[in-house]
Design a protein around this ligand. Structure first.
Ligand code: GUN
Length: 292
């Protein structure tokens, strides 16, 4: 059994990006530039955005942070997006989610120029992924693919079960695992209204859980030799931690791990990869890899 080390893999990728940026800049190119828009003071969002900015520094990128209070109007936010779309120095940008309830999330996502949509949330990028065209792929599924590739995990022809059908993990993950160029697996997606989830999981060679229910995946749901990828990031109270909480995955790690060929832990598995794949997307944006 191999425990997948997302932290070490992410650190390696960031070093590779930094070397590439050095080459680009010394050849007279411009420094890649990621901008982040943060609304309000949600603790989780503050941490994510701070970590994204730290990752930009590690990669040799320029970064900008644009902040609004949560009373910002949708019009003000859309005007900011319009400025970022037209700012030639900004290669890619993100609007950190969740947004305040009075703002239409979908309208915001669709206002972002798809050529700068390094989150891969714009319908053009989602649609292009669905039909196998190049474009920005959202950070978590892309990070999982990258982990499997770097650990030499064979996927072609195998059976993949995905728990969860969210727009940012379950659905794009299913697309990627289905497509010949990526996972090339036979995919089943289970969700809150699926029946026989245990039986479905037991048939999986690759089980990817993204439902946000701590300890949901137990040993009796895992086929011996399976690859288990845990995408859960649920905050559970923990008085022994300074923050007062710890991050729990979906998988009952201690009992499931001995059965697996590969398993990604929480924390330290998929989590550290997501910011790193955002950096890969920003580098691709700066190099106009997908769009002119
Ligand atoms: N909130 C939680 N995850 C993400 C993400 O990947 N991108 C953005 N923009 N917001 C998020």
């Amino acid at each position: 059994m191999t425990i997948i080390d997302g932290k070490a893999t992410a650190a390696e990728i960031k070093k590779e990006i930094a070397r590439e940026v050095e080459r680009m800049v010394s050849a007279g190119g411009k420094q890649p530039h990621l901008a982040a828009v943060l609304i309000g003071h949600d603790g989780g969002s503050e941490t994510y955005v701070r970590n994204k900015i730290i990752a930009c520094e590690a990669c040799g990128f320029r970064s900008s942070l644009i902040r609004f209070e949560d009373i910002v109007t949708e019009e003000e936010l859309l005007a900011c997006i319009d400025r970022l779309n037209r700012n030639a120095d900004v290669d890619g940008f993100i609007v950190q989610l969740p947004l305040p309830a009075h703002i239409d999330k979908q309208r915001v996502i669709e206002a972002i120029d798809y050529r700068k949509d390094v989150d891969g949330f714009h319908p053009i990028n989602v649609g292009r992924l669905a039909i196998g065209l190049p474009g920005f792929i959202s950070a978590t599924p892309k990070g999982i693919l990258e982990l499997m590739r770097r650990y030499g995990i064979a996927t072609s022809g195998r059976k993949c079960v995905i728990l969860g059908r969210s727009n940012i993990v379950g659905k794009p993950m299913a697309q990627l695992m289905m497509q010949k160029e990526y996972g090339d697996t036979t995919v089943t997606v289970c969700h809150s209204h699926s029946t026989d989830i245990k039986e479905e999981c037991r048939r999986a060679d690759i089980l990817i859980s993204a439902i946000g229910k701590p300890d949901f995946v137990t040993a009796d749901m895992v086929k011996p030799g399976a690859v288990v990828i845990d995408v859960g990031t649920t905050r559970v109270p923990d008085a022994t931690k300074k923050s007062g909480y710890r991050i729990a995955g979906d998988v009952k790690f201690d009992e499931v791990a001995p059965l697996c060929s590969f398993i990604s832990p929480v924390p330290g598995g998929v989590g550290p990869m997501t910011i790193c794949t955002l950096m890969l997307n920003t580098l691709a944006a700066a190099k106009h890899e997908y769009y002119d």
